[in-house]
Design a protein around this ligand. Structure first.
Ligand code: CP3
Length: 344
């Protein structure tokens, strides 16, 4: 197997820096759009053969890891909060949470009860990969999942959620405990089904101050990560807008910490500590610039990493739908063309 990605997660030396992209399977690829013309997003997630096909699509670009094709919101449906991906709007929760009574009704499901299709997809993807590259599984973190449940969809200011969190802290903690319980079991089930690493997406947690993070979020994330880390596979802890939270997130858990595009890389890694691997940092919009400029920006990240073992090249956030495929490929080839000299 090409194990560059796993070696870097473990901070072992690699020949070149491993690279993969969040949202690497998606609308910027013509093959994905062709399949989406025939099937809905949820249909693809729920049909292991289709999820397998999409997961494998970006491999031809030369990435060093595959990420399971699914979505962080999938556990919400069996928990009792139905939703849809509405065209042009993103996720829409049918009955957003406004009361403690709704939280009490949410079911703390077992992954085999309602998410078996994801576990089946993992087995199918592992067979299809035939050991070519490792497979990354994932789940959403309680704060980010709660943001969709309470806001009802995407949000600019998270007013409803923050109001709920501040005014009903007990109900908030009940909600996050239920989500954490499901996510913890779900990640374990994905590992049992065969994923080689897992990533916890806390995409919107950068909204909070370090003090609020420590009070309202950290205990729940810690509950998930400290337990999942015992399973022995690398655990990536990711958020955006988290420059002020890096130490808190590291302390909550994760063997690899994500750095968004606004975090100065060298300083960020130093703060996280060299006893952790790091991932991310390239601005997803730089892929819209001419390839030569995108490569220059990739060099800045690589220069800041300075060949230190434990760097996984990625974007600071997901790849955007209109991104030119040629530039994605050019950046991957460029990262792989830089040989790493032996370093400590
Ligand atoms: O990275 C991958 O290639 C794996 C697949 C993956 C998807 N979503 C597929 C998807 C992963 C890891 C996710 C995670 C996810 N989903 C996050 C965390 C990562 C991040 O970007 O912060 C979040 C917040 C979601 C929730 C979600 N799902 C949103 C906000 C949307 C709409 C976004 C949009 O651009 O329309 C989705 C839908 C979604 N999930 C798509 C894909 C490929 C687009 C579906 C389509 O219309 O084809």
């Amino acid at each position: 197997m090409n194990d560059r990605f796993l070696r870097a997660c473990r901070r072992e030396p690699t020949d070149v820096t491993p690279v993969w992209f969040m949202r690497q399977a998606g609308r910027y690829m013509p093959e994905y759009r062709a399949l989406r013309a025939k099937h809905s997003m949820l249909e693809i997630c729920k049909t292991p053969d289709l999820a397998t096909e999409v997961t494998l699509q970006p491999l031809k670009l030369g990435v060093d890891a595959a990420i399971l094709f699914a979505d962080i919101l999938l556990p919400l449906e069996p928990m009792g909060a139905s939703f849809e991906f509405a065209k042009g709007e993103g996720p829409v929760i049918h009955e957003p949470i406004t009361s403690r009574a709704q939280i009490e009704k949410l079911r703390v499901i077992d992954p085999t009860d309602g998410l078996q299709y994801v576990l089946d997809a993992i087995r199918s993807i592992k067979t299809a990969l035939a050991g070519r590259v490792p497979l990354i599984g994932f789940a959403g973190a309680p704060f980010t999942l709660a943001s969709y449940l309470i806001e009802g969809g995407k949000s600019a200011h998270f007013v409803k959620m923050k109001r709920f969190m501040y005014t009903e802290p007990e109900a908030w903690n009940l909600l996050c405990s239920k989500l954490a319980g499901v996510v913890r079991k779900f990640l374990h089930a994905q590992i049992e089904a065969g994923v080689d690493a897992v990533q916890l997406f806390d995409s919107w947690v950068g909204q909070l101050t370090p003090a609020d993070y420590a009070e309202y979020v950290k205990p729940h994330v810690k509950h998930i990560l400290q337990d999942v880390m015992k399973a022995g596979v690398p655990v990536i802890h990711f958020g955006t807008g988290t420059q002020h939270l890096l130490e808190e997130m590291r302390d909550a858990g994760g063997t690899v910490i994500g750095m968004d595009a606004r975090t100065p890389f060298a300083e960020g890694w130093k703060r996280i500590g060299y006893d952790h691997a790091v991932q991310g940092n390239l601005d997803p919009t730089i892929l819209f610039a001419p390839p030569e400029l995108a490569k220059k920006h990739a060099d800045r990240v690589l220069d800041a990493a300075a060949g230190r073992p434990g760097h996984i090249f990625n974007l600071g956030h997901g790849i955007l739908p209109e991104t030119p495929v040629e530039t994605v490929q050019a950046v991957i080839e460029h990262v792989h063309a830089r040989k790493l000299t032996k370093s400590t």
